[in-house]
Design a protein around this ligand. Sequence first.
Ligand code: ADP
Ligand code: MG
Length: 419
Amino acid sequence: RLTTAAEPLDILQKIFGFSSFRGLQEDAVSAVMRGEDALVLMPTGGGKSLCYQVPALCRFGMGLVISPLIALMDDQVAGLKQLGVKAAALHSELEADERVRLWEQLRSNQLDLLYVSPERLLTPSLLDVLKGRSLSLIAIDEAHCVSAWGHEFRPEYRELATIKEHFPDVPRIALTATADTRTRDDILSVLHMEKARVFVASFHRTNLFLQAQPKLSETRQVIDALERHMGQGAAIVYCGSRRRTERVAALLREKGFTALAFHAGLSPIEKRALLLRFRSGEPIVVVATIAFGMGIDRPDVRTVIHLDMPASPEGYYQQIGRAGRDGELSHTLLLYGGEAMARARYWLEQSQAPESEKRVMQGRLESMIALTETTGCRTQAILACFGEMLPSPCGHCDNCLHPPATFDGKEAAQKVLSA
Ligand code: ADP
Ligand code: MG
C-alpha cells in the first residue's frame, strides 16, 4: 500500500472479507507489522498467505513475495486481483507485453504485491529497481525449499541468503508447512534469520484418518480404498517412479476410473492441462510422483494413497495433508512391504551423497519405517516427529480404531480399571 497505513484487522475484513484472524495469524502479522523477522510453520491449508498479504497491505511500500512455482504465483495473483489488490507476478512465462507493463508498474510504484521466483529476484536489473523502492516486507513462501535435507530442495533458494544484505531494513517472513526442527533450523540459518520470531501452529489435522497396511494385493487395495472413500471428490495416488505412475493410471482407467498420471517428465502444457482438470471439480484420480505437490489446493481431495513408502515423515505428512482441505473427513492409506524397506535402505547405503547428508536421510527413512510399523496412535507418532506432543491418542487412526493384535496389555488393563 503506497498511500495510507491501515490496521491489519481492517484489511482482513475489508479486502479479504474474513471476520477474524485464525490461529497464529494475528501474532505473526503483528510481529511483521513491528518490523520483526518471522518464521511461520503451519500445516497446508492453515492460512499462511494472509500472514504476509495483510501486513504487506498495511505497511508502507510494496510487498515482495518469493515463491518457487509459476502456477502458485499466478493463482495467488489472480485471487488478489479479484479482491482489488494490485498484484503481479514476474516470471519466465510472461508474454512480452505483460512484461513491459509490469516493469512500468514497478518503476511507477503502482504495485502492492510483487510475486517473483528466487532466481528472478537476484538478477541485477530487478535488484536495482527494487532498491530504489520502499518495500513493506519480503515473504519467502515454501521456505523449506532452502533445506538441502528436504524433499523439495531448490538450489536457487539458497541464494536468498543475500537478501538480508540487499535489503537490511525490510522485515522478512518465511513460511512453510514442513515442520521438523532440522528444516526449521536450516531455514533460520540459511536466511540469516536467527533473530526471527518463530510461530508454530499445531499440525494435528483432526479430519484425517491415517491408515497403513502391508501390501498384499496392491491393485485390489487401491481400488478398494478409492471405491470406499473417493465419492464425488478427488484422489491422489503417490508412486515412487514415473513409470509406475503411468502403469497404475492405465490400470485404474481399465477399471473404470478417470485416472491421469503426473510426474516431472510431463511437458508444461500437459501439466497445465492436468491441473485444470484436477481443479475443475470432476471426480478424478491423479497418480503421481512427489512432483505433484506444492500448490495443489483442491479442497475435496477425499483420499491420498501411497503405493510406495515416502522417504521421510515430513514428506509423508505434507503429501497426506493435501487431503481434506475443506475440513471434511478424509482417508489416507500407506501401503508398505518389507522388501521395499530393505531396498530403500540398500539404495541409501549405496548412494554417492556426502556422508553427513546420507546420515540425515537414513535417519528420516528409519523414522518413516518406524512410523509405518507403529502399533500405537499414528497421529501421535507423526506429530512427535515434528516435536509436537499430542496428550492422548487421536482416536481417528487405524491403530486407535482397531488396535493391532499385539496390543499393549498395560493400557488395556488401565482402560478396564478406569471404566
Ligand atoms: P497455506 O498457504 O497455509 O496452505 P492458504 O493461505 O492458502 O494456506 O489458506 C488456505 C485457505 O484458508 C484459503 O482458502 C484462505 O482463504 C482460508 N483462510 C485463511 N485465513 C483465514 C481466516 N482468517 N478466515 C477465514 N478463512 C481463512
Ligand atoms: Mg501457501
